[in-house]
Design a protein around this ligand. Structure first.
Ligand SMILES: [Zn+2]
Length: 140
């Protein structure tokens, strides 16, 4: 997977920020920022497929933002629990599909369901519901 120009390593001070330190990647102001070790790994000749899937996830967010418009997307993402959950699930689905194409099972169902139902994603949805959805996608 080649890395597009708009993909950047996250600035190192992010690890000290209460919110950003929880993120492995984020799409912000037209750029994808990835944790430094992920960004560096993707520049290897044989990158970790899971790290590649994080880029796939963020590229899906880029597509969503471009479709909806940056301002509208940001407002909806911030204020609508459902919109936030659906945006994330769509990005995770892209990630799961990518990993499946490489015969890899998405390994973080519980962790993802926990994060999405926590403050990190402003309680986007219910743990059990999210876990059931992810389980069904991974099994398919
Ligand atoms: Zn996301």
């Amino acid at each position: 997977m080649s890395i597009p120009e708009f993909v950047k390593p996250a600035p190192s001070y992010w690890q000290y920020l209460p919110y950003f330190k929880h993120l492995r990647g984020v799409y912000l102001f037209g750029k994808v920022y990835l944790k430094k070790e992920i960004y560096e790994n993707l520049n290897n000749p044989s990158p970790d497929p899971y790290f590649e899937s994080i880029l796939v996830h963020e590229l899906k967010h880029k597509e969503q933002v471009e479709k909806t418009g940056y301002i509208i997307f940001s407002i909806k993402y911030l204020f609508s629990r459902n919109f936030r959950l659906n945006s994330e699930l769509e990005a995770i689905k892209a990630q799961i599909t990518f990993l499946k194409s490489k015969d890899i099972k998405y390994p973080y169902i519980e962790r993802t369901a926990k994060a999405l139902s926590s403050w990190v994603y402003l309680w986007a949805g219910d743990y059990a519901v999210i876990k059931t959805v992810l389980d069904s996608w991974v099994r398919k």
